[in-house]
Design a protein around this ligand. Structure first.
Ligand code: BTN
Length: 242
């Protein structure tokens, strides 16, 4: 693992995208980002003390054959496993790959593809203070554990974890991974809104399916989503058996 440490950059994902010599396993960690990017063109608040990093994963034939569209789920699962192992808190997995704690977001993942590489960008609230602007939706792990978290150490564990669980996926363990994901499925039983362009559909989220899509119970029947924006319209637990 080659680690590049930067004080300030626009975005660690952009840095790797523009890097001329790309190589599997290059990790870039930044103390600050001036233009942190989230999924669907959202901004990522990159406050001081957060874990902000991206790494390059080279495309593999087996991954394409077994379904590269599941990669974000595998990365999210690996995040969950590492955080659970490290902090043993009640983390949840929000499809497609956010990690939640006590109904607030701890970490987000942005997977992009450039040439023959996936750029896996991860933002995780570690030692940063959550600004009042987002305090209803975000949570910082340092505030919960009450001590300083070593960013480099956790980044290294996460990157190793991603390789480990990707290997398990490629070795046929998807069903076990999926089963565990469904026990920590944050959206399960919640009323959600699915936004695709101008189209908005309402429903109740169900399980994450074999092909990685999310099952949603709508007034028009059961639907399965793999694209678009998923918004939780409120936090009503319709079903409470999970
Ligand atoms: C999301 O939840 O929408 C994904 C957020 C991903 C943020 C990280 S921070 C490090 C890397 N660089 C970026 O510009 N984005 C990712």
């Amino acid at each position: 693992m080659e680690i590049i440490k930067l004080d300030k950059i626009d975005s660690t994902n952009i840095y790797l995208k523009n890097k001329e010599k790309k190589k599997d396993g290059i990790v870039v960690i930044a103390k600050e980002q001036s233009a942190g990017r989230g999924r669907r063109g959202n901004k990522w608040y990159s406050s001081d003390g957060a874990g902000l990093f991206s790494f390059l994963l080279e495309e593999k034939r087996e991954l394409i054959e077994q379904g590269e569209e599941r990669l974000p789920l595998i990365v999210g699962y690996a995040m969950y496993k590492v955080l659970k192992d490290e902090f043993n808190l009640d983390f949840k997995f929000k499809w497609t790959n956010d990690i939640y704690l006590y109904d607030k977001k701890v970490s987000g993942i942005l997977v992009e593809k450039v040439e023959k590489f996936y750029i896996i960008g991860i933002g995780i609230n570690l030692n940063n203070k959550i600004s009042s602007e987002i305090e209803n939706i975000a949570i910082s792990l340092g505030d919960i554990v009450g001590e300083y978290i070593d960013i480099d150490k956790i980044v290294e564990k996460i990157v190793k974890g991603i390789y480990l669980y990707l290997d398990k996926y490629l070795n046929g363990e998807w069903r076990d991974i999926l089963q565990e994901l469904n026990t920590i499925n944050y959206l399960y039983g919640k009323r959600i809104e699915i936004k695709m362009g101008d189209l908005v559909e309402k429903g109740i989220a169900g399980d994450i399916l074999e092909d990685g899509r999310l099952e949603v119970f709508t007034s028009d029947g059961i639907k399965r989503y793999n694209i678009g924006e998923i918004h939780i319209s409120n936090n009503d637990e319709i079903k409470s058996d999970k």
